[in-house]
Design a protein around this ligand. Structure first.
Ligand code: NI
Length: 230
């Protein structure tokens, strides 16, 4: 399932982010890629500890935490440290690949933990008008879709899908990127839960709380109980 999450970052967040990005220490994106991805990855990224990366990461995580849509669609258990990347000039593309299934994350306490990459999320930091090309294309059993969203919006897509960022031929594309380990591993099961949740929300808005919405809410939670791993 591909899902747009609007306004994860505010206009003020984006202004501050752009300010910090002006002096940001970009490095070669291949440093964090696996052996297959390394052959097709050609972008730049920020070190986790630089000021711009820390600021953007925190605002993105805050924005996702506030988003009911994100919770319902991703059912997050763990989030891998968000990265900020840039496509433009000689480092302008990331060819077709599937992300590594498991990443090792440094935790706040100085330890590490594994994160299974069930759901991928890209938060756009500048507008589509700022660049030519740079489309995120995602292929799954439903076909291939190209995505370019306004600054501050995010796209969720399954970690299982083949995807790429097409070459940026003018300007720069800057985005924040992260993976989510979901409480529900299966994309199909997550989708069913999301659809049930969204339809329940609409039913409640139309008819208020009824015996049927109470019953279906129970069904939602019982399915989640059956499928969730925490
Ligand atoms: Ni990828």
């Amino acid at each position: 399932m591909l899902l747009t999450l609007p306004d994860i970052l505010s206009a003020e967040d984006l202004r501050e982010a752009r300010q910090l990005l002006r002096a940001a220490p970009w490095t070669d994106g291949r440093e964090s890629a696996g052996p297959q991805a390394r052959t097709v990855k050609n972008n730049q990224q920020l070190p986790h500890d630089c000021e711009a990366a820390q600021f953007i990461r925190q605002r993105v995580l805050d924005g996702l935490n506030r988003s009911a849509l994100f919770f319902s669609a991703a059912l997050p258990l763990r989030i891998f440290t968000p990265r900020i990347n840039r496509y433009g000039g000689e480092h302008n593309t990331y060819g077709n690949h599937i992300d590594n299934a498991v990443r090792l994350k440094a935790t706040a306490g100085g330890g590490t933990e594994y994160v299974r990459t069930d759901v991928s999320c890209t938060v756009f930091l500048n507008d589509p008008d700022d660049y030519e090309g740079g489309e995120l294309t995602v292929s799954d059993t439903y076909g291939t879709r190209g995505v370019k969203l306004p600054a501050g919006h995010a796209i969720l897509y399954p970690g299982t899908s083949l995807h790429q960022v097409t070459p940026v031929t003018r300007g720069e594309r800057v985005a924040c990127f992260l993976w989510v380990q979901s409480m529900v591993r299966s994309d199909e099961q997550r989708r069913l839960l999301y659809e049930l949740d969204m339809n329940l929300l609409a039913l409640r808005q139309q008819h208020g709380e009824t015996a049927e919405t109470t019953g279906l809410t129970g069904t939602y939670h019982n399915l989640l109980r059956m499928w969730a791993e925490t």
